[in-house]
Design a binder for this molecule. Structure first.
Ligand SMILES: *Cc1c(COP(=O)(O)O)cnc(C)c1O
Length: 356
């Protein structure tokens, strides 16, 4: 920390990304990336010609990409904004829909970035505890004046809130924005996107980082009523008008148009998830129900921290959160079947095979 750091910046709460080690080859199951490469259409779209155009700014309106996203989700381009990852979109939304007298409300156990962004924008953060079983009780949010942010499916639990609950929240207070972060929705959860036509206070964010194998492309987007999207653009044009680079604009549009490849990847992840959950349960693990591309699991024979360390020693990275309520768990990204087989073999090797 330099002596020049502002008092505001001293109060920040920076997000800690999962490890990206370069010292050795790990099986990386710690940051919920896809185990599959991007669609072959993406490789074709990112041409040498376009690379040669990198001396020119990218399209600040992201017209072609927003058009492709709108078409995929049955909306108009005016209902779409794209960002440099959905983290950026979430930042725009926090800036746009929270402020003095309107804080941000989110679960006590959820995506760590909400906390970081609340601090960044000096917002009051209201942490609403999940129930004992990690389900979210919508009643807890009904009479809050804060802008609500719900990750659905949630991270790091993988559990979902029924869309009917979110509908209740939207109906109950039409004067308050509800942001539904659907980063993992493509892995088997119900989406709130169909509610957009009906509710002008609903903003849905999604990302191409997970289900479309483009984490390194940094492409996230929000869907919502035209006015909400206008508000987000107001923030975007105050921050970084050329927020999506030329290559990502092409990559994102190609990815969103290749429905077959997308479906195949999502199905493979879901199959591998079912397989892995069963394998862990047979070995005595408790695994939370998951609709995401990761599972949250614990064993009463090894602590979460110890399991994390033992797996790392054996070349497998998973995510462990040294935090109240979830310290016993590890979060494991669902990889390819080969990776999952190695994971289970390794768990057996480190002595967690069920002796029964
Ligand atoms: C991964 C993730 C995001 C953001 O991902 P980007 O790579 O910035 O698009 C947003 N919300 C949740 C809950 C996530 O897990």
């Amino acid at each position: 920390m330099s002596r020049f750091l502002s008092s505001e910046a001293r109060c920040l709460f920076p997000y800690t990304p999962g490890e990206q080690p370069r010292d050795q080859q790990y099986i990386k199951l710690n940051t919920n990336e896809s185990p599959f490469p991007p669609s072959p259409e993406v490789l074709k779209a990112v041409t040498q010609t376009e690379t040669g155009r990198l001396y020119l700014y990218s399209d600040p309106t992201c017209a072609a990409l927003n058009g492709a996203i709108a078409e995929r989700y049955g909306l108009q381009s005016e209902n779409v904004i794209t960002g440099n990852g959905s983290d950026e979109i979430l930042a725009f939304a926090f800036r746009a829909f929270c402020g003095k007298g309107r804080g941000a409300a989110f679960a006590d156990i959820t995506y760590g970035f909400y906390e970081a962004q609340a601090a960044l924008f000096g917002l009051e953060a209201l942490r609403v505890p999940l129930r004992e079983d990690f389900t979210l009780n919508i009643e807890d949010y009904i009479n809050l004046s804060a802008t609500v942010v719900i990750a659905n499916p949630n991270a790091p639990t993988g559990m979902t809130v029924p869309v009917t609950d979110i509908r209740r929240l939207l109906e109950h207070d039409p004067n308050r924005v509800v942001i539904v972060d659907e980063a993992y929705v493509d892995f088997g959860a119900e989406s709130c996107v169909p509610l957009i036509q009906e509710f002008e206070n609903l903003l849905v964010t999604q990302t191409m980082s997970k289900s479309r194998s483009l984490a390194g492309g940094r492409i996230g987007f929000a869907l919502g009523a035209r006015e909400l999207i206008e508000d987000l653009n107001r923030v975007k044009y105050s921050f970084n008008p050329y927020n999506v680079n030329r290559l990502s604009l092409l990559a994102g549009a190609a990815a969103v148009k290749d429905e077959d490849y997308f479906q195949a990847c999502c199905r493979a992840v879901q199959d591998n998830r079912t397989w892995t959950m069963k394998a862990l349960e047979v070995r005595g693990f408790t695994v939370l129900p998951s609709s995401a591309n990761f599972i949250f699991a614990k064993s009463d024979r090894i602590s979460g921290g110890e399991l994390y360390r033992k797996l790392k020693e054996n070349g497998i990275l998973v995510r462990w959160f040294d935090r109240d309520r979830i310290r016993d768990f590890v979060r494991v990204t669902i990889g390819s079947r080969e990776q999952m087989v190695v994971l289970i073999d390794t768990i057996d090797r480190i002595g967690l095979r069920n002796e029964k």
